[in-house]
Design a protein around this ligand. Structure first.
Ligand code: ADP
Length: 657
């Protein structure tokens, strides 16, 4: 493992070591060629193996070659973690302070300044910048990284860049990058852009399948990790899970299980490190730290490790074959997160992670037949998610007829029509289909899905902006209620003080309000005693501060409704009315907009209660349709608050009970 070993120690070594590492990356050989190609062409499509150095090195090459011409280089990433981790790395490689020449900007977290010349950002942030500066005049080069992910904002940027390049006549370079890309399609879309393939290193990876489908992939993953640890020579293990819950479960179970091994001592220790979006940056950095001698690192990752982030040292990949994806539910008229099988392309990417430094093994926890039955590639997001914010942003970008926008793959016409209907019902568009004033124009400025933006702005109109800010901030962060088996009773008792019969949003409001009253130094302990997630609360408070700034810049008055929470509940309904549901005689609920039958999730404070009419912000599909984050509302409010939407549905409201 000579070479890989060197990389390990050097990864956190001196600057000189970093430089050596940089020079060893496959992209280093192509440096001169890349610079001259970028100089010669307006648009470049760069395809190269994950980990070859595209995201970290190319922007540095271009900057050092003077291609930023006193302006900046924007590099977009679909994922926050990738944007922040890569920016950190590049700042370190260049020996500069993060936020100076090299910075990042992701939603609710901006580490960039006027001095920033290489700016890593989520694709959504660059769209936001375009809303204010439609020609992206601060930039000389835009790099759209991980383009194969085809996220909604990247999709907007494709069309937008095409338009801006025409307007700026050679004044803006575009580089589209990916590990796996249908390069011809991209080249065609960008009118014959130059395509470059970067030679990478890839060692053979042995594929191992299960012979029979497994009942629980989490169990199977646990068993496989332990088996690798016992049977296989040294090398780290990368496990692909679908989310934080699964990661936390295995984080607990792997050490437990390894202690039960017969001759536990003789196998050496496993060092379990998680990596997922909600993790603190310092903890995220742990995955890049070299594995201590004699230990085996087990990286528990979400899909983030598929192409966005390359962790050194991995020889074994465990792939259960699933991913959590946002998808649009046409019947419900909104998105929900679902665990779905990965595509063949994803399976190949995942197993490829085992062969970056030496020959490796990929343990696929599905049968070979199941693999052959997977979709070739996943559909672009635009084909499967809610298009409300996309439509709103395009309107702001001056696209009067959103159907005529140059999409690489046009979205389904019905999905676009529904998005426009929703915007109309929210009052964001006027009857002519233009952004309404002031509501539509304000909504597009807020870094929120339009439905949550509406909750906030209605809150302001109904004199409860302070409370609406808290509710929306809490909805924008990870769950705050931790669960822990043995501490269950303590937490329930301590939490009772927050619980509101009016529902989860108000309960969350109570949590944040109490949290804000605790002095800073006490907050950690306060959360611990109540089994609350301190990180989520800290984040919620940060988000609240930023949204508050947004409201102030929109010249919206900040007011509190005190103890009278009716205006707040009305404000919540004014955004989430598509998710209003009526109690049925069998204690299930019928979503008025879609007719779908749902139940209140056991984790809701309203579970076991039977309010006549509710509104919720999340639908979870497991064996049943469960709804989470629920608020009690009055049926009579529906036609008052969303007249356009409930005009024809008035009779349904009465029929439900
Ligand atoms: P690509 O964009 O081609 O996938 P990258 O430029 O992201 O490649 O990665 C190049 C190398 O830099 C990889 O070996 C990766 O492990 C390393 N690297 C990237 N980010 C970090 C980080 N935050 N800390 C340590 N190493 C990193």
């Amino acid at each position: 493992m000579g070479k890989a070993g060197e990389q390990h120690t050097a990864a956190h070594g001196t600057e000189r070591h970093l430089q050596e590492l940089q020079e060893q990356l496959p992209i280093a050989n192509a440096r001169k060629q890349l610079i001259s190609l970028v100089k010669a062409h307006q648009t470049l499509v760069l395809v190269g193996e994950t980990g070859s150095g595209k995201s970290t090195q190319l922007p540095q090459y271009l900057y050092k070659a003077g291609l930023a011409e006193g302006k900046s280089i924007a590099v977009t990433q679909p994922r926050r973690v990738a944007a922040t981790a890569i920016a950190r790395r590049v700042a370190q490689e260049m020996g500069v302070q993060l936020g100076a020449e090299v910075g990042y900007a992701v939603r609710f977290d901006d580490r960039s300044s006027t001095a920033t010349r290489i700016k890593y950002m989520t694709d959504g942030m660059l769209v936001r910048e375009a809303l204010i500066d439609p020609r992206l005049s601060r930039y000389k080069v835009v790099v759209l990284d991980e383009a194969h992910e085809r996220t909604l904002p990247t999709e907007i940027l494709f069309g937008l860049m095409k338009q801006i390049q025409e307007q700026r006549k050679g004044g803006l370079k575009l580089i589209v990058m990916s590990a796996t890309l249908d390069a011809a399609k991209f080249a065609h879309f960008f009118d014959g852009a130059k395509v470059i393939y970067l030679q990478g290193r890839q060692y053979p990876v042995e594929m191992l399948y299960v012979s029979e489908p497994v009942d629980s992939y989490l169990d199977a993953a646990l068993r496989t990790v332990v088996q690798i640890h016992v049977d296989e020579p040294s090398g780290d293990i990368l496990v692909f899970l679908t989310g934080q819950d699964e990661i936390e479960t295995l984080q607990r179970l792997i050490p437990e299980r390894s202690l039960q091994l017969d001759d536990a001592e003789s196998h050496g220790k496993m060092l379990v490190v998680p990596i997922y979006a909600a993790l603190q940056p310092e903890q995220q950095a742990n995955v890049f730290k070299p594995t201590p001698p004699g230990m085996r690192k087990v990286i528990l990752a979400t899909n983030i490790a598929e192409t966005s982030i390359t962790v050194p040292g991995v020889r074994y990949v465990v792939d259960p074959g699933f991913v959590k994806a946002r998808s649009y539910n046409a019947r419900l008229g909104s998105d929900s997160l679902q665990v779905v099988p990965i595509s063949k392309a994803q399976a190949r990417q995942r197993s490829g992670r085992a062969g970056r430094e030496a020959p490796g093994k990929a343990f696929r926890l599905y049968t070979e037949a199941a693999y052959l039955g997977l979709q070739a590639a996943s559909a672009p997001e635009i084909q499967r998610v809610s298009l409300a914010s996309l439509a709103l942003q395009l309107k702001q970008l001056g696209v009067a007829d959103v159907r005529a926008f140059p999409f690489m793959d046009p979205p389904p016409p019905t999905a676009l029509a529904r998005a426009l209907e929703l915007l109309l019902a929210l009052g964001a568009l006027d009857q002519r289909g233009a952004l309404s004033q002031p509501l539509g124009a304000q909504l597009v400025r807020l870094p929120l899905e339009p439905v949550f933006g509406k909750v906030l702005l209605s809150g302001a109109a109904m004199s409860c902006s302070e409370e609406a800010l808290s509710v929306v901030s809490m909805a924008s962060t990870d769950p705050v209620f931790l669960s822990s088996r043995n501490k269950q009773e303590v937490s329930t008792e301590m939490r009772k003080q927050f619980m509101s019969p009016l529902g989860d949003h108000i309960t969350l409001l109570n949590v944040l309000t109490s949290y804000m009253k605790v002095t800073k130094s006490e907050r950690g302990r306060w959360c611990e005693e109540r089994l609350l997630n301190a990180r989520s609360l800290r984040k919620a408070l940060e988000i609240r501060g930023q949204l508050r700034e947004h409201l102030l810049s929109l010249k919206v008055a900040l007011k509190s409704c005190g103890d009278d929470l009716e205006p707040l509940r009305r404000a919540i309904l004014s955004g989430l009315f598509m998710h209003a549901a009526i109690l049925l005689p069998d204690n299930t609920y019928k979503v008025i907009a879609s007719g779908q039958i749902v139940s209140i999730h056991p984790s809701s404070v309203l579970s076991g209660h039977k309010p006549r009419c509710i509104v919720f912000d999340e639908l979870l599909r497991t064996t049943r349709n469960y709804v989470r984050n629920v608020t009690v509302v009055e049926p009579a409010w529906l036609p008052e608050i969303a007249p356009i939407f409930f005009q024809n549905k008035g009779s349904m409201v009465g029929r439900g009970h």
